[in-house]
Design a protein around this ligand. Structure first.
Ligand code: GLP
Length: 259
């Protein structure tokens, strides 16, 4: 696990953009796992910029998003489908047919979840999964208490997540109570992962998740068991970590042979 601490979200996004661009240069048909929320927005702007300025093509890329609210139509401004089009897909040359987001309006939700798992498998698996983290430690929408081996399924949002995400809606009563999310086990199957967190409001959960015990009560902590994880945080989100100096030292002195 590598913890990278940089002063600002923009600098974190710039490193994230490079990691993804390098992957696509190595493997033009890479499979990316994508996240929503406010955290990945600077990363998506960076990718759009790399596409525009450097001509990086996403035309052969396949994507799978982590989650979607149940009951919101895809054209609802708070749906994750809408978010992804606005923040990334409309700004790059990706083929929309190669993007996947769970269908929160599916009549048979259970079958939708099974098919989502199958589609990930058929694509060859996710090469790199982008993650944010909820203030209660959730990844995707895997709330505290989620099985660390869980697969894509329906979940009920906690009061804390509803409260956190209410800022995107006109009022809290409009936040859906249910969602479809990749499971923790699904996320852990990715070949590599990059988790971003910005701001002081994430400081406490970042230290619990990456310097505390692995626990289903902090789902992001399971990433400690994955062999290829980068946690990229700004100074504010890192402020509660006890080993800050060491993480900075490691990053500043990375040998050239290490990517
Ligand atoms: C939502 C998403 C998560 C995301 C989290 C954090 O709950 N399902 O994938 O990590 O929000 O959101 P933000 O980045 O806005 O803090």
């Amino acid at each position: 696990m590598e913890i990278v601490i940089l002063p600002t979200p923009e600098e974190c996004a710039s490193i994230g953009g490079r990691i993804i661009a390098n992957l696509i240069k190595r493997k033009s048909d890479a499979v990316l796992g994508l996240a929503t929320g406010s955290t990945p927005i600077p990363l998506y702007s960076e990718l759009a910029k790399i596409h525009k300025d450097e001509g990086l093509s996403f035309s052969k890329i396949t994507t799978f998003n982590l989650d979607e609210y149940i009951g919101l139509p895809g054209d609802h401004p708070c749906s994750y489908q809408f978010f992804m089009k606005e923040e990334l897909f409309d700004k790059i040359d990706i083929s929309l047919g190669s993007t996947h987001i769970p269908n929160g309006e599916a009549e048979d939700i259970e079958n939708e979840c099974l098919e989502y798992e199958q589609a990930i498998k058929s694509s060859g698996g996710i090469d790199l999964q982008v993650l944010g983290i909820g203030s209660d430690g959730h990844i995707g929408f895997n709330e505290p208490g989620s099985s660390l081996g869980s697969r894509t399924r329906i979940k009920t949002l906690t009061g804390k997540t509803i409260e956190d995400n209410a800022r995107f809606f006109d009022n809290p009563s409009q936040v859906p109570r249910h969602c479809i999310t990749m499971g923790v086990g699904t996320i852990m199957d990715s070949a590599s992962l990059v988790l971003f967190a910005f701001g002081e409001s994430k400081a406490e959960i970042i230290s619990k998740a990456f310097e505390g015990p692995v626990s289903a009560m902090v789902p992001a902590s399971v990433l400690q068991l994955h062999p290829k994880v980068r946690v990229i945080v700004d100074d504010a989100a890192a402020s509660n970590l006890s080993n800050i100096d060491y993480y900075k030292e490691v990053y500043a002195n990375k040998p050239d042979w290490q990517e």
